[in-house]
Design a binder for this molecule. Structure first.
Ligand code: KIV
Length: 263
C-alpha cells in the first residue's frame, strides 16, 4: 500500500517526479485507482460522462458531494480533490460556504476552482480559512457558454503572459497545485517553470509537473467525442459491449446460468 499524499508531499513532488492525477466519480472505479494514482479528482466532468449533459455547468454542489462521498469510500488512502461546481464560488463568502459544506460532508482533502488572477482573492480567503485549494487555469470548461466553445489558450503573446500572471496570482494566494488545461505546450512549460507549486496538465504537453485525464476518456468508455490530448489506454466501450453481447447470447441459449453458477 502506498502512503497517502498530503499537500506538503504533493508540493515536494514538483522536483522529484511527475504527478499522476485521474478523475473518478464513484467508489467502484476509485478503488481501482487507489494505490496507483497520486491524486483522484472528482471532476465536474462527471456531468458530461456520467450525467450525459453537454457541458459541466448544471451540476450541483449536492451532486458533487454525493460523488465525492462515494469516491472517498472507494479510495480512503488517496488524496482526493472535489471540483467546485459552476456558481458555487462566485463570491468569497459563497465560496467558503460551499467549501465548508464539502469539507464537512465528505473526506475531500482539497477543492478545485476554475479561474486565474480574477479568483485569487477567493483562493486566498479559502486558504486563510483552512481549505486546501487546487487552481485551474487555461481552458476553463465552466466558461464554455460565455466563450462560445472550448478554446485552446496561449496562442499569442498576450494570452501567454496573462496565463503566467494567472498562475503566479493563484500561487501567491496559496494554491498548493495548479491544473493547466488546453494550453499550448511551450506556454504550459513556461507556467510550470514560473511557479514553485506543481502544475498538472491536461492538453498542456509534457513540460509540466504531472498529468490529469478524465478516466472515462482514457479508458475508452466515453465515445461522444475524443479531444486530441486524450490517449486511450483501453477500449472500454468495446469490451463492455462484447461482454454484454456474450451475456445476452448465453441467456438466450440457456447456457447461463450453468451448474457452477447455480445454488
Ligand atoms: O472536471 C474535470 O474532470 C476537470 C479535469 C478536466 C481537469 O476539471
Amino acid at each position: 500500500m502506498t502512503k497517502k499524499l498530503t499537500i506538503t508531499t504533493i508540493k515536494k513532488l514538483k522536483n522529484e517526479r511527475n504527478i499522476t492525477m485521474i478523475t473518478a466519480y464513484d467508489a467502484l472505479f476509485a478503488k481501482l485507482f487507489e494505490n496507483t494514482a497520486d491524486i483522484i479528482l472528482v471532476g465536474d466532468s462527471l456531468n458530461m460522462s456520467f450525467g450525459g449533459k453537454s457541458d459541466t455547468l448544471s451540476i450541483t454542489l449536492e451532486q458533487m458531494i454525493y460523488h465525492t462521498q462515494a469516491v472517498s469510500q472507494g479510495a480512503r488512502d488517496t488524496f482526493i480533490i472535489c471540483d467546485m461546481p459552476f456558481g458555487s464560488y462566485i463570491t468569497k463568502e459563497r465560496a467558503l460556504d460551499s467549501a465548508l459544506k464539502v469539507f464537512q460532508e465528505t473526506s475531500a482533502d482539497a477543492i478545485k476552482i476554475e479561474g486565474g488572477a480574477d479568483k485569487a482573492e477567493i483562493v486566498q480567503y479559502l486558504v486563510d480559512n483552512g481549505i486546501a485549494v487546487c487552481g485551474h487555469i487555461g481552458l476553463l470548461p465552466q466558461s464554455v457558454r460565455a466563450e462560445g466553445g472550448y478554446k485552446v489558450k496561449g496562442k499569442d503573446e498576450e494570452s501567454s503572459a496573462s496565463l503566467i500572471e494567472d498562475a503566479l496570482a493563484i500561487e501567491k494566494a496559496g494554491a498548493f497545485c495548479i491544473v493547466v488545461e488546453g494550453v499550448k505546450a511551450p506556454v504550459a512549460t513556461q507556467i510550470a517553470q514560473s511557479v514553485s507549486v506543481p502544475v498538472v496538465g491536461i492538453g498542456a504537453g509534457n513540460g509540466v509537473d504531472g498529468q490529469v485525464l478524465v478516466f472515462s476518456d482514457m479508458l475508452g468508455f466515453f465515445e461522444d467525442f475524443t479531444p486530441k490530448f486524450v490517449k486511450k489506454y483501453l477500449d472500454g466501450a468495446a469490451l463492455v459491449r462484447n461482454a454484454v453481447r456474450n451475456y445476452k447470447k448465453e441467456v438466450e441459449s440457456g447456457e447461463f446460468p450453468d451448474e457452477i453458477h447455480t445454488y
